[in-house]
Design a protein around this ligand. Structure first.
Ligand code: CIR
Length: 259
């Protein structure tokens, strides 16, 4: 199941965090708050039953805390991506080494393909892959071939014209049990027949990036309507303040690779 996890990788934000890529206009992140929010995030994963390995910070890579973009794990197999932003290319070295002890035959996205893990939304038997300004068509094709070896069908969703969504998962999440959260702007692009789709209200779009981890849903704090809609489905919600990550275009899912 795509939400049952026993392990996760995370990476402490470095002192250069504020120099990372962002299109947000929410101000600069405060480092102490960033670190405290990261500790709370890892604690929430542990409370949900996950053994979390936290990799050391690397100031050479300001965005390296967003580990989700560097690898995809599906059905017990791992593939290291080729991030679409040049400044993030070197982040994969440490991630590959961290995954090497846990997975055999780790695959790789190779040039000219680029993939950011944030563009990959896995459900039970399908993976929605965003074609974005980070993930290109060649990368999506390579990924689709790899996913098909695990029996997962890939559905590509072009989001290049949606400037307010960096990655596909900035705008959609799968919560298991046939329940999705999907941003209004994406709704018509994602084929979800028979699914239970929650569309956040306009003011709550940021929280479309949420994560089901075992018996709980991790949700950004401050989005009461979406929280209530999820709870109405019988799921327990744990809220986390990720304000400093939002300032850097990041969401909850990007802070870990779960498997
Ligand atoms: C970036 O622009 O690459 C980072 N500042 C944010 C990455 C967020 N990752 C994600 O949503 N999966």
């Amino acid at each position: 199941m795509s939400y049952r996890f026993s392990r996760a990788l995370a990476r402490t934000p470095g002192t250069s965090f504020a120099q990372g890529l962002t299109s947000a206009t929410l101000g600069a992140p405060d480092l102490a708050t960033t670190l405290a929010q990261h500790r709370a995030y890892c604690a929430a994963l542990r409370d949900a039953g996950v053994d979390v390995t936290v990799l050391d910070a690397d100031d050479a890579f300001p965005d390296s805390t967003f580990v989700e973009d560097t690898a995809i794990v599906a059905h017990g197999r791992a593939i290291v991506t080729r991030p679409g932003a040049q400044s993030r290319a070197g982040e994969t070295t440490v991630i590959r080494a961290a995954l090497a002890g846990r997975f055999d035959g780790i695959a790789s996205i190779v040039p000219p393909g680029t993939v950011d893990g944030g563009d990959v939304c896995e459900s039970d038997d399908r993976a929605f892959v965003g074609i974005s300004h980070r993930t290109n068509g060649n990368g999506a094709e390579q990924l689709a071939r790899w996913l098909s070896e695990s029996g997962l069908e890939t559905i590509c969703v072009d989001i290049r014209d949606l400037d307010f969504i960096l990655h596909l998962k900035s705008g959609m999440s799968y919560l298991g049990d046939g329940i999705y959260v999907v941003d209004e702007a994406l709704r018509s692009r994602v084929p979800l027949d028979r699914a239970d789709v929650i569309v956040p209200s306009a003011g709550e779009a940021y929280a479309a990036n949420c994560v089901r981890v075992n018996d709980v849903v991790l949700l950004p704090a401050g989005f009461p309507q979406l929280q209530s809609a999820i709870e109405q489905r019988g799921l327990r919600v744990v809220t986390l303040d990720v304000s400093e990550y939002q300032k850097m275009d990041g969401g909850l899912s990007c802070l870990s690779i779960r498997f």
